[in-house]
Write a protein that binds this ligand. Structure first.
Ligand code: ZN
Length: 132
């Protein structure tokens, strides 16, 4: 089963917690045990799994990425968003989460985070559920 989450980001760089939307799709699939693949079909966004309790963690991740990959540099790509492309490749466009007893297997503090690096934009996350 393939479903798509649509979202609208509100900042150029932003981590958006989509865990509850993913859990809803898992629930609707009625799959009890299997895997859930999250795939972001964009070149300036990504998907990661990290802490969703303390918002300072999101802030620190985005700040460190901005430091590692400055917006202005000697980039060849003329669109002006090379930093976003590089961040997208660093974080990656897919994640796999296990499903057990009808729920995502996530640690206490883990959430599924859509990572925006060239917003605000309308974005999508494809969710593929595969049963055991
Ligand atoms: Zn570009």
């Amino acid at each position: 089963m393939l479903k798509t989450i649509s979202l609208r980001t509100t900042s150029r760089n932003q981590l958006v917690d989509i865990t509850s939307q993913v859990e809803t799709i898992v629930h609707e699939s009625e799959v009890q045990n299997g895997i859930c693949i999250l795939y972001v079909p964009h070149t300036t966004a990504a998907i990661t799994i990290n802490e969703n309790a303390d918002p300072d963690v999101k802030h620190d991740i985005l700040n460190k990425l901005a430091e590692l990959v400055p917006r202005l540099n000697d980039y060849a790509h003329t669109e002006g968003n090379s930093d976003a492309h590089i961040k997208s490749s660093l974080i990656g466009c897919a994640q796999t989460v296990l499903i057990s007893k009808g729920h995502l297997v996530l640690g206490t503090w883990q959430g599924c985070m859509f990572a925006e690096f060239d917003g605000p934009r309308n974005r999508k996350v494809h969710v593929k559920i595969i049963s055991d």
